[in-house]
Ligand binder design. Sequence first.
Ligand SMILES: NC(=O)C1=CN([C@@H]2O[C@H](COP(=O)(O)OP(=O)(O)OC[C@H]3O[C@@H](n4cnc5c(N)ncnc54)[C@H](O)[C@@H]3O)[C@@H](O)[C@H]2O)C=CC1
Ligand SMILES: O=C(O)C(=O)COP(=O)(O)O
Length: 390
Amino acid sequence: MFHIKCLNPISEFGMKELTEKYRQVEDLGEAQAVLVRSASMHEITVSEKLLAVARAGAGVNNIPLEEFAKKGIVVFNTPGANANGVKELVVAGLMLASRDLVGGMRWISQNRDDENINKTMEKAKKAFAGKEAKGKKLGVIGLGAIGVLVANAGQALGMEVYGCDPFLSVEHALELSRNVSLVDSNEDIFRQCDYISVHVPLLEDTKGMINKDTMEIMKDGVIILNFARDLLVNDEDMEQALSSGKVAKYVTDFPNSKTANMDGVIAFPHLGASTEESEDNCAKMAVKEIMDYLEYGIIKNSVNYPNCDVGFCNSVCRITICHLNIPNMLSQFTAALSECGINIDNLVNKSKGEFAYTVIDTGVIPSDSTLEKIKKIEGVRKVRILNYTN
Ligand SMILES: NC(=O)C1=CN([C@@H]2O[C@H](COP(=O)(O)OP(=O)(O)OC[C@H]3O[C@@H](n4cnc5c(N)ncnc54)[C@H](O)[C@@H]3O)[C@@H](O)[C@H]2O)C=CC1
Ligand SMILES: O=C(O)C(=O)COP(=O)(O)O
Protein backbone atom coordinates (compact mmCIF):
# COMPACT_ATOMS: atom_id res chain seq x y z
CA MET A 1 0.00 0.00 0.00
CA PHE A 2 1.37 3.43 -0.97
CA HIS A 3 0.44 6.54 1.01
CA ILE A 4 -0.20 9.80 -0.82
CA LYS A 5 -0.49 13.24 0.74
CA CYS A 6 -2.12 16.10 -1.21
CA LEU A 7 -0.86 19.50 -0.08
CA ASN A 8 -3.42 21.24 -2.33
CA PRO A 9 -6.73 20.00 -3.66
CA ILE A 10 -5.93 17.88 -6.73
CA SER A 11 -8.56 17.29 -9.44
CA GLU A 12 -10.63 14.15 -8.93
CA PHE A 13 -10.05 13.37 -12.62
CA GLY A 14 -6.45 12.53 -11.73
CA MET A 15 -7.03 11.13 -8.25
CA LYS A 16 -9.43 8.51 -9.56
CA GLU A 17 -6.54 6.95 -11.52
CA LEU A 18 -5.04 5.77 -8.23
CA THR A 19 -5.66 2.05 -7.82
CA GLU A 20 -6.48 0.09 -4.67
CA LYS A 21 -2.75 0.05 -3.92
CA TYR A 22 -2.98 3.73 -2.91
CA ARG A 23 -4.46 5.52 0.06
CA GLN A 24 -4.64 9.25 0.73
CA VAL A 25 -3.28 10.21 4.14
CA GLU A 26 -3.53 13.33 6.27
CA ASP A 27 -0.14 12.94 7.92
CA LEU A 28 2.74 14.03 5.67
CA GLY A 29 5.09 11.91 7.78
CA GLU A 30 3.28 8.76 6.56
CA ALA A 31 3.45 9.61 2.85
CA GLN A 32 5.67 8.02 0.21
CA ALA A 33 4.49 10.61 -2.30
CA VAL A 34 3.17 14.16 -2.27
CA LEU A 35 0.92 15.83 -4.82
CA VAL A 36 1.13 19.63 -4.73
CA ARG A 37 0.18 22.73 -6.70
CA SER A 38 1.40 26.08 -5.35
CA ALA A 39 1.74 25.26 -1.63
CA SER A 40 5.24 26.07 -0.45
CA MET A 41 7.32 23.09 0.63
CA HIS A 42 10.33 25.19 1.62
CA GLU A 43 9.46 25.30 5.31
CA ILE A 44 8.16 21.74 5.53
CA THR A 45 10.09 18.97 7.27
CA VAL A 46 9.80 15.72 5.36
CA SER A 47 10.27 12.19 6.64
CA GLU A 48 12.62 9.43 5.45
CA LYS A 49 9.58 7.72 3.94
CA LEU A 50 9.05 10.39 1.29
CA LEU A 51 10.16 9.15 -2.14
CA ALA A 52 8.56 11.52 -4.63
CA VAL A 53 6.80 14.86 -5.07
CA ALA A 54 4.70 15.67 -8.12
CA ARG A 55 3.91 19.30 -8.83
CA ALA A 56 0.59 19.33 -10.71
CA GLY A 57 1.74 22.31 -12.76
CA ALA A 58 4.85 23.86 -14.29
CA GLY A 59 6.62 26.20 -11.84
CA VAL A 60 8.63 24.43 -9.13
CA ASN A 61 9.96 27.43 -7.20
CA ASN A 62 7.72 26.34 -4.28
CA ILE A 63 9.81 23.16 -3.84
CA PRO A 64 13.38 22.89 -2.50
CA LEU A 65 14.65 20.88 -5.46
CA GLU A 66 18.27 20.49 -4.45
CA GLU A 67 17.56 19.71 -0.81
CA PHE A 68 15.09 17.02 -1.91
CA ALA A 69 17.55 15.63 -4.48
CA LYS A 70 20.14 15.29 -1.71
CA LYS A 71 17.59 13.29 0.26
CA GLY A 72 16.84 11.08 -2.75
CA ILE A 73 13.36 12.55 -3.22
CA VAL A 74 12.47 12.74 -6.91
CA VAL A 75 10.48 15.85 -7.89
CA PHE A 76 8.27 15.85 -10.99
CA ASN A 77 6.26 18.54 -12.78
CA THR A 78 3.70 18.34 -15.58
CA PRO A 79 5.17 20.15 -18.60
CA GLY A 80 2.61 21.77 -20.88
CA ALA A 81 -0.40 20.37 -19.03
CA ASN A 82 -1.74 23.81 -18.10
CA ALA A 83 -0.20 25.83 -20.94
CA ASN A 84 -3.42 26.39 -22.87
CA GLY A 85 -5.20 27.70 -19.77
CA VAL A 86 -2.44 30.26 -19.24
CA LYS A 87 -2.31 31.23 -22.93
CA GLU A 88 -6.04 31.98 -22.98
CA LEU A 89 -5.72 34.21 -19.91
CA VAL A 90 -2.73 36.01 -21.44
CA VAL A 91 -4.86 36.78 -24.49
CA ALA A 92 -7.60 38.08 -22.17
CA GLY A 93 -5.00 40.19 -20.31
CA LEU A 94 -3.66 41.57 -23.57
CA MET A 95 -7.18 42.59 -24.58
CA LEU A 96 -7.96 44.13 -21.19
CA ALA A 97 -4.80 46.21 -21.44
CA SER A 98 -5.72 47.38 -24.96
CA ARG A 99 -9.42 48.14 -24.51
CA ASP A 100 -10.75 49.68 -21.31
CA LEU A 101 -13.33 46.97 -20.75
CA VAL A 102 -12.89 47.14 -17.00
CA GLY A 103 -13.53 50.92 -16.93
CA GLY A 104 -16.51 50.47 -19.26
CA MET A 105 -18.02 47.70 -17.17
CA ARG A 106 -17.51 49.73 -14.00
CA TRP A 107 -19.34 52.66 -15.65
CA ILE A 108 -22.28 50.38 -16.54
CA SER A 109 -22.55 49.10 -13.02
CA GLN A 110 -22.37 52.63 -11.59
CA ASN A 111 -25.11 53.78 -13.97
CA ARG A 112 -27.29 50.69 -14.00
CA ASP A 113 -30.26 52.58 -12.46
CA ASP A 114 -30.29 55.17 -15.23
CA GLU A 115 -33.38 54.48 -17.36
CA ASN A 116 -31.68 56.13 -20.31
CA ILE A 117 -28.43 54.25 -19.97
CA ASN A 118 -28.68 53.06 -23.57
CA LYS A 119 -28.44 56.72 -24.64
CA THR A 120 -26.06 58.16 -22.00
CA MET A 121 -23.55 55.41 -22.64
CA GLU A 122 -23.12 56.54 -26.23
CA LYS A 123 -21.71 59.81 -24.90
CA ALA A 124 -19.79 58.27 -22.02
CA LYS A 125 -18.05 55.61 -24.11
CA LYS A 126 -15.35 57.86 -25.48
CA ALA A 127 -13.66 57.68 -22.07
CA PHE A 128 -13.11 53.95 -22.59
CA ALA A 129 -11.80 53.90 -26.16
CA GLY A 130 -8.72 51.77 -26.74
CA LYS A 131 -6.28 50.41 -29.29
CA GLU A 132 -6.23 47.29 -31.42
CA ALA A 133 -3.58 44.60 -31.06
CA LYS A 134 -3.42 43.94 -34.80
CA GLY A 135 -0.21 45.27 -36.33
CA LYS A 136 1.46 45.88 -32.95
CA LYS A 137 4.68 44.19 -31.94
CA LEU A 138 4.45 41.43 -29.34
CA GLY A 139 7.62 40.16 -27.70
CA VAL A 140 7.56 36.80 -25.95
CA ILE A 141 10.36 36.03 -23.51
CA GLY A 142 10.66 32.28 -22.92
CA LEU A 143 9.41 30.03 -25.70
CA GLY A 144 8.49 27.00 -23.64
CA ALA A 145 5.07 25.34 -23.46
CA ILE A 146 3.25 28.61 -22.68
CA GLY A 147 5.43 31.08 -24.58
CA VAL A 148 5.02 29.20 -27.87
CA LEU A 149 1.22 29.18 -27.54
CA VAL A 150 1.20 32.90 -26.67
CA ALA A 151 3.46 33.73 -29.63
CA ASN A 152 1.24 31.74 -32.01
CA ALA A 153 -1.90 33.37 -30.57
CA GLY A 154 -0.37 36.82 -31.05
CA GLN A 155 0.39 35.91 -34.63
CA ALA A 156 -3.21 34.77 -35.13
CA LEU A 157 -4.38 38.17 -33.81
CA GLY A 158 -2.41 39.85 -36.58
CA MET A 159 0.44 40.98 -34.35
CA GLU A 160 4.09 41.09 -35.41
CA VAL A 161 5.60 38.58 -33.02
CA TYR A 162 9.18 38.31 -31.74
CA GLY A 163 10.39 35.54 -29.45
CA CYS A 164 13.52 34.91 -27.44
CA ASP A 165 14.69 31.76 -25.67
CA PRO A 166 18.38 30.90 -25.39
CA PHE A 167 17.49 27.28 -24.55
CA LEU A 168 14.69 26.79 -27.10
CA SER A 169 13.97 23.05 -27.38
CA VAL A 170 13.50 21.30 -30.72
CA GLU A 171 10.01 20.25 -29.60
CA HIS A 172 8.95 23.84 -28.94
CA ALA A 173 10.71 25.20 -32.02
CA LEU A 174 8.64 22.82 -34.13
CA GLU A 175 5.41 24.08 -32.55
CA LEU A 176 6.25 27.73 -33.17
CA SER A 177 4.56 29.50 -36.07
CA ARG A 178 7.14 30.19 -38.76
CA ASN A 179 5.96 33.80 -38.84
CA VAL A 180 7.34 34.39 -35.34
CA SER A 181 10.75 36.08 -35.58
CA LEU A 182 13.38 34.63 -33.28
CA VAL A 183 15.75 37.19 -31.77
CA ASP A 184 19.06 36.54 -30.04
CA SER A 185 18.60 38.54 -26.88
CA ASN A 186 15.83 39.78 -24.65
CA GLU A 187 17.20 43.28 -25.28
CA ASP A 188 15.93 43.13 -28.86
CA ILE A 189 12.46 42.56 -27.46
CA PHE A 190 12.77 45.24 -24.79
CA ARG A 191 13.81 47.81 -27.43
CA GLN A 192 11.19 47.24 -30.10
CA CYS A 193 8.00 45.69 -28.75
CA ASP A 194 4.68 47.32 -27.82
CA TYR A 195 3.62 44.34 -25.70
CA ILE A 196 6.06 42.16 -23.77
CA SER A 197 4.93 38.87 -22.26
CA VAL A 198 7.25 36.97 -19.90
CA HIS A 199 7.09 33.15 -19.71
CA VAL A 200 10.30 32.03 -18.02
CA PRO A 201 10.74 30.10 -14.76
CA LEU A 202 11.74 32.04 -11.66
CA LEU A 203 15.46 31.29 -11.27
CA GLU A 204 18.42 33.20 -9.85
CA ASP A 205 19.22 34.59 -13.32
CA THR A 206 15.64 35.50 -14.28
CA LYS A 207 14.73 37.16 -10.96
CA GLY A 208 14.07 40.90 -11.45
CA MET A 209 14.59 40.67 -15.23
CA ILE A 210 12.03 43.44 -15.68
CA ASN A 211 13.72 46.30 -13.84
CA LYS A 212 14.72 49.96 -14.13
CA ASP A 213 17.45 49.26 -16.69
CA THR A 214 15.43 46.94 -18.91
CA MET A 215 12.34 49.18 -18.78
CA GLU A 216 14.43 52.24 -19.61
CA ILE A 217 15.20 50.86 -23.09
CA MET A 218 11.56 49.91 -23.75
CA LYS A 219 9.21 51.97 -25.88
CA ASP A 220 7.17 54.62 -24.08
CA GLY A 221 3.72 53.27 -23.26
CA VAL A 222 4.77 49.62 -23.41
CA ILE A 223 2.40 46.99 -22.01
CA ILE A 224 4.01 44.30 -19.85
CA LEU A 225 2.33 40.97 -19.15
CA ASN A 226 3.60 38.73 -16.37
CA PHE A 227 1.85 35.40 -16.05
CA ALA A 228 4.99 33.68 -14.79
CA ARG A 229 6.02 34.79 -11.25
CA ASP A 230 5.93 38.11 -9.36
CA LEU A 231 9.65 38.22 -8.53
CA LEU A 232 10.55 38.39 -12.22
CA VAL A 233 9.58 42.06 -11.96
CA ASN A 234 11.12 44.64 -9.65
CA ASP A 235 8.07 46.22 -8.01
CA GLU A 236 9.62 49.57 -7.05
CA ASP A 237 10.95 50.05 -10.59
CA MET A 238 7.56 49.08 -12.02
CA GLU A 239 5.80 51.66 -9.82
CA GLN A 240 8.17 54.31 -11.12
CA ALA A 241 7.69 53.24 -14.76
CA LEU A 242 3.90 53.22 -14.41
CA SER A 243 3.78 56.68 -12.86
CA SER A 244 6.09 58.16 -15.53
CA GLY A 245 4.01 56.59 -18.33
CA LYS A 246 6.97 54.49 -19.58
CA VAL A 247 4.77 51.47 -18.90
CA ALA A 248 1.13 52.02 -19.85
CA LYS A 249 -0.21 48.87 -18.18
CA TYR A 250 1.25 46.06 -16.13
CA VAL A 251 -0.90 42.94 -16.41
CA THR A 252 -0.06 40.31 -13.82
CA ASP A 253 -1.35 36.99 -12.56
CA PHE A 254 0.90 37.39 -9.50
CA PRO A 255 -0.07 40.58 -7.66
CA ASN A 256 1.29 41.30 -4.19
CA SER A 257 0.49 43.94 -1.60
CA LYS A 258 2.55 46.50 -3.57
CA THR A 259 1.48 45.86 -7.16
CA ALA A 260 -2.18 45.32 -6.23
CA ASN A 261 -2.21 48.95 -5.07
CA MET A 262 -0.54 50.51 -8.10
CA ASP A 263 -2.43 52.53 -10.72
CA GLY A 264 -2.08 50.98 -14.16
CA VAL A 265 -1.96 47.42 -12.88
CA ILE A 266 -4.45 44.85 -14.12
CA ALA A 267 -4.21 41.92 -11.76
CA PHE A 268 -5.70 38.47 -11.42
CA PRO A 269 -5.48 36.16 -8.39
CA HIS A 270 -3.17 33.57 -10.03
CA LEU A 271 -5.89 32.21 -12.32
CA GLY A 272 -3.77 31.09 -15.30
CA ALA A 273 -4.04 27.37 -14.64
CA SER A 274 -7.36 27.48 -12.83
CA THR A 275 -9.49 25.90 -15.53
CA GLU A 276 -11.20 22.54 -15.37
CA GLU A 277 -9.13 21.33 -18.32
CA SER A 278 -5.74 22.43 -16.97
CA GLU A 279 -6.49 21.09 -13.51
CA ASP A 280 -7.55 17.74 -14.96
CA ASN A 281 -4.54 17.50 -17.30
CA CYS A 282 -2.06 18.36 -14.55
CA ALA A 283 -3.61 15.98 -12.02
CA LYS A 284 -3.71 13.09 -14.46
CA MET A 285 -0.10 13.57 -15.51
CA ALA A 286 1.15 14.05 -11.93
CA VAL A 287 -0.66 10.95 -10.67
CA LYS A 288 0.73 8.85 -13.53
CA GLU A 289 4.27 10.08 -12.82
CA ILE A 290 3.93 9.10 -9.15
CA MET A 291 2.46 5.67 -9.93
CA ASP A 292 5.13 4.88 -12.54
CA TYR A 293 7.86 5.87 -10.11
CA LEU A 294 6.50 4.15 -7.01
CA GLU A 295 5.60 0.91 -8.76
CA TYR A 296 8.28 0.62 -11.46
CA GLY A 297 11.00 3.18 -10.66
CA ILE A 298 10.30 4.94 -13.99
CA ILE A 299 11.25 8.63 -13.93
CA LYS A 300 9.49 10.88 -16.43
CA ASN A 301 9.43 14.69 -16.23
CA SER A 302 11.65 15.00 -13.19
CA VAL A 303 13.15 18.41 -12.44
CA ASN A 304 15.85 17.26 -10.01
CA TYR A 305 16.75 13.72 -11.18
CA PRO A 306 17.45 12.37 -14.67
CA ASN A 307 14.59 10.96 -16.65
CA CYS A 308 14.80 7.19 -16.84
CA ASP A 309 12.10 5.53 -18.88
CA VAL A 310 13.29 2.05 -18.02
CA GLY A 311 9.99 0.32 -18.84
CA PHE A 312 8.30 -2.40 -16.84
CA CYS A 313 10.36 -5.02 -15.06
CA ASN A 314 10.54 -8.54 -16.54
CA SER A 315 12.60 -9.85 -13.63
CA VAL A 316 11.65 -10.82 -10.07
CA CYS A 317 13.09 -7.70 -8.54
CA ARG A 318 14.07 -4.14 -9.38
CA ILE A 319 16.55 -2.17 -7.27
CA THR A 320 16.39 1.60 -7.73
CA ILE A 321 19.14 3.83 -6.40
CA CYS A 322 19.16 7.65 -6.19
CA HIS A 323 22.75 8.77 -5.78
CA LEU A 324 25.33 11.44 -6.44
CA ASN A 325 26.80 11.65 -9.92
CA ILE A 326 30.34 10.70 -8.92
CA PRO A 327 32.84 8.10 -10.22
CA ASN A 328 32.89 4.47 -9.19
CA MET A 329 29.25 4.12 -8.14
CA LEU A 330 28.20 1.43 -10.61
CA SER A 331 31.20 -0.78 -9.83
CA GLN A 332 30.34 -0.61 -6.13
CA PHE A 333 26.68 -1.53 -6.77
CA THR A 334 27.58 -4.47 -9.00
CA ALA A 335 30.28 -5.64 -6.56
CA ALA A 336 27.78 -5.63 -3.68
CA LEU A 337 25.42 -7.81 -5.74
CA SER A 338 28.04 -10.18 -7.12
CA GLU A 339 29.46 -10.73 -3.62
CA CYS A 340 26.22 -12.48 -2.74
CA GLY A 341 25.95 -14.24 -6.09
CA ILE A 342 23.18 -12.11 -7.60
CA ASN A 343 23.16 -11.93 -11.37
CA ILE A 344 22.07 -8.69 -13.07
CA ASP A 345 19.40 -9.03 -15.79
CA ASN A 346 19.28 -5.37 -16.73
CA LEU A 347 21.08 -2.23 -15.61
CA VAL A 348 20.36 1.41 -16.52
CA ASN A 349 22.24 4.42 -15.22
CA LYS A 350 21.36 8.05 -15.96
CA SER A 351 22.69 11.32 -14.67
CA LYS A 352 21.62 14.94 -14.50
CA GLY A 353 24.00 17.50 -13.05
CA GLU A 354 25.09 16.47 -9.57
CA PHE A 355 22.62 13.59 -9.28
CA ALA A 356 22.27 10.17 -10.86
CA TYR A 357 19.85 7.27 -10.87
CA THR A 358 20.53 3.57 -11.33
CA VAL A 359 18.02 0.80 -11.94
CA ILE A 360 19.12 -2.83 -11.61
CA ASP A 361 16.79 -5.75 -12.42
CA THR A 362 17.71 -9.07 -10.82
CA GLY A 363 16.29 -12.59 -10.73
CA VAL A 364 16.81 -12.81 -6.96
CA ILE A 365 15.68 -10.48 -4.19
CA PRO A 366 18.76 -9.18 -2.37
CA SER A 367 18.97 -9.88 1.36
CA ASP A 368 18.63 -7.12 3.93
CA SER A 369 22.39 -7.18 4.51
CA THR A 370 23.10 -6.64 0.77
CA LEU A 371 20.60 -3.81 0.75
CA GLU A 372 22.29 -2.25 3.78
CA LYS A 373 25.66 -2.57 2.05
CA ILE A 374 24.36 -0.61 -0.96
CA LYS A 375 22.74 2.01 1.27
CA LYS A 376 26.06 2.58 3.04
CA ILE A 377 28.00 3.32 -0.18
CA GLU A 378 29.10 6.93 0.01
CA GLY A 379 26.97 9.13 -2.25
CA VAL A 380 23.90 6.86 -2.14
CA ARG A 381 20.76 8.81 -1.23
CA LYS A 382 17.87 6.38 -1.44
CA VAL A 383 17.59 2.67 -2.28
CA ARG A 384 14.37 0.82 -2.98
CA ILE A 385 13.63 -2.82 -3.67
CA LEU A 386 10.60 -3.39 -5.88
CA ASN A 387 9.50 -6.96 -5.43
CA TYR A 388 7.36 -8.42 -8.23
CA THR A 389 6.84 -11.89 -6.75
CA ASN A 390 3.48 -11.06 -5.15
N1 LIG B 1 -0.05 31.81 -14.19
C1 LIG B 1 -0.08 30.51 -13.99
O1 LIG B 1 -1.03 29.95 -13.45
C2 LIG B 1 1.07 29.69 -14.48
C3 LIG B 1 2.34 30.20 -14.50
N2 LIG B 1 3.37 29.43 -14.96
C4 LIG B 1 4.70 30.04 -14.96
O2 LIG B 1 5.15 30.12 -16.30
C5 LIG B 1 6.47 29.61 -16.39
C6 LIG B 1 6.68 29.01 -17.77
O3 LIG B 1 5.84 27.87 -17.90
P1 LIG B 1 6.03 26.86 -19.13
O4 LIG B 1 6.05 27.60 -20.41
O5 LIG B 1 5.03 25.77 -18.94
O6 LIG B 1 7.50 26.31 -18.82
P2 LIG B 1 8.57 25.75 -19.84
O7 LIG B 1 9.63 25.13 -19.00
O8 LIG B 1 7.93 24.94 -20.89
O9 LIG B 1 9.17 27.07 -20.54
C7 LIG B 1 10.05 27.97 -19.94
C8 LIG B 1 10.99 28.47 -21.02
O10 LIG B 1 11.74 29.56 -20.51
C9 LIG B 1 13.03 29.48 -21.13
N3 LIG B 1 13.97 30.34 -20.42
C10 LIG B 1 14.62 30.10 -19.25
N4 LIG B 1 15.39 31.15 -18.93
C11 LIG B 1 15.23 32.09 -19.92
C12 LIG B 1 15.73 33.40 -20.15
N5 LIG B 1 16.59 33.96 -19.30
N6 LIG B 1 15.33 34.09 -21.26
C13 LIG B 1 14.45 33.52 -22.13
N7 LIG B 1 13.95 32.28 -21.95
C14 LIG B 1 14.32 31.57 -20.87
C15 LIG B 1 13.34 27.99 -21.10
O11 LIG B 1 14.35 27.66 -22.03
C16 LIG B 1 12.00 27.39 -21.46
O12 LIG B 1 11.88 27.16 -22.86
C17 LIG B 1 6.57 28.59 -15.25
O13 LIG B 1 7.91 28.40 -14.83
C18 LIG B 1 5.73 29.22 -14.18
O14 LIG B 1 6.52 30.08 -13.39
C19 LIG B 1 3.18 28.18 -15.46
C20 LIG B 1 1.93 27.63 -15.47
C21 LIG B 1 0.78 28.30 -14.90
O1 LIG C 1 1.87 25.62 -12.96
C1 LIG C 1 2.26 26.70 -12.48
O2 LIG C 1 3.45 27.09 -12.49
C2 LIG C 1 1.30 27.60 -11.86
O3 LIG C 1 1.63 28.71 -11.51
C3 LIG C 1 -0.08 27.11 -11.62
O4 LIG C 1 -0.27 27.15 -10.24
P1 LIG C 1 -1.57 26.48 -9.58
O5 LIG C 1 -1.46 25.01 -9.84
O6 LIG C 1 -2.75 27.09 -10.27
O7 LIG C 1 -1.49 26.82 -8.13
